[in-house]
Design a protein around this ligand. Structure first.
Ligand code: AMP
Length: 397
């Protein structure tokens, strides 16, 4: 058991946790505490091939963490004395954090300070950190930031063309999100291809409920679709992605929509949900099979947007060596990958229909003659966090 890392994703009403052996990457336990603060909370935890569930009121995050730790200890997988580190997923690292960091008082106060940029996420992340610091005081804790991989975006990609003083005062810039996933996947691509990361130009599509694409050159991010918040860019389950900001003024002036209603509209009632009434991709494809025209349009808008960024990033990188799909939709919907990559043979991008339609795990989906490698790489943010935490803690000893 020596050398395990407890990976925590503490949300506003849920806690996801995994106990990971970072090398070779085994998941020893995996669980979820949800509906914290509601009348009926729920804990589920899988360890040693057995899943246990409990339903009871979970008053707050402290109670949730206590339940999760008791479950891990009872099932015999967690011994706090032999835990190498606790790795926390933290959504916003702002312009401050470009790398994972060992958590101390200063880091916690910075994460709180960055809550203005991620009001739904950073406070909940910080609560998780504070509870575990007092519950397991002897275990080093590491914060791994969702924005870190994009911390050093070129200024031309990170800067929005608005009044520079307003931007500076309010820390308005492109921060990017899903960075842990984009970094992990792009590093796996280099391994799978057997080529140095430093010489690869890559485009990564992280297509899940949230969705983003990135352009990466030599292992460094050059651009990404998410912006100051995770609302920008691609069409998502419930988020609009790119939208003319003028639409918001119009909706405010014409329809009297207030800022909270606009926030709700773009974050929760848009994307696939807004266009087709469903945010889940499986439900969307079922509707399309039934001939639903709205669902078909949602698919078309989704594909169109993804192809637009593919084209933009192809030019930005001056050519692309690998295009990779990851996350729930990217890994599991061959027809979508085919639609995004369709007709790009003149650019040396050629899909193999059979490879694309079959297989699982890390795999090639390009034709033998495709100049650009086309891949599916399952993302594993927990493993990436566990490895980052273990590396940092070992390095600091
Ligand atoms: P994620 O946020 O990465 O968990 O991805 C969630 C999205 O992936 C949802 O829209 C799911 O419908 C979609 N998804 C997951 N598995 C499948 C599958 N086997 N086929 C189609 N869509 C899937």
């Amino acid at each position: 058991m020596n050398g395990t890392v407890l990976v925590i994703n503490s949300g506003s009403s849920s806690i996801k946790f995994q106990l990971v052996d970072p090398e070779p990457g085994d998941v020893l336990a995996k669980g979820l505490v949800e509906r914290i603060g509601e009348d009926e909370g729920r804990l589920s935890c899988t360890a040693g091939g057995e899943t246990r569930e409990r339903t009871e009121r979970i008053a707050d995050h402290s109670a949730g963490f206590a339940l999760a730790l008791a479950e891990l200890t009872d099932s015999g997988v967690l011994d706090p004395d032999t835990l190498t580190a606790i790795g926390h997923r933290v959504v916003h690292g702002g312009a401050v954090f470009g790398e994972p960091v060992l958590i101390d008082d200063h880091v916690v106060s910075e994460i709180h300070r960055l809550s203005a940029l991620a009001p739904l996420h950073n406070p909940a992340n910080a609560v998780g950190i504070e509870i575990l610091r007092s519950t397991l005081p002897g275990v080093p804790e590491v914060a791994v930031f969702d924005t870190a991989f994009f911390h050093d975006l070129p200024a031309a990609a990170a800067t929005f063309a608005i009044d520079r003083d307003v931007a500076r005062e309010n820390r308005v810039r492109r921060y990017g999100f899903h960075g842990t996933s984009h970094q992990y996947v792009s590093e796996r691509v280099a391994d799978v291809l057997g080529r140095p990361l430093g010489e690869l130009r890559q485009i990564v599509f992280h297509l899940g409920n949230g969705a983003s694409a990135s352009a990466i050159s030599g292992g460094r991010a050059q651009d990404t679709t998410m912006g100051m918040t995770p609302l920008d860019g691609l069409v998502m389950g419930t988020r609009s992605g790119d939208i003319d900001a003028g639409v918001l003024f119009q909706l405010h002036r014409q329809a009297g929509m207030k800022v909270d209603e606009l926030d709700d509209l773009l974050n929760r009632r848009s994307g696939l949900k807004g266009l087709a009434g469903v945010n889940d991709f499986r439900a969307l494809t079922e509707l399309i099979e039934q001939g639903d025209a709205d669902a078909q349009l949602a698919w078309d808008v989704y594909v169109h947007r993804a192809r637009k960024y593919l084209g933009a990033y192809l030019v930005l990188l001056g050519g692309v060596d690998a295009i990779t799909f990851t996350a729930g939709v990217g890994e599991n919907v061959p027809a979508l990958r085919a639609a995004i990559l369709q007709g790009l043979e003149p650019f040396g991008i050629v899909v193999d229909p059979d490879r694309n339609a079959s297989g699982s795990g890390e795999r090639h989906i390009g034709a033998d003659g495709s100049a650009t490698a086309l891949l599916v790489i399952p993302t594993d943010e927990e493993l990436a966090i566990a490895r980052a935490a273990a590396t940092l803690v070992r390095g600091s000893r």
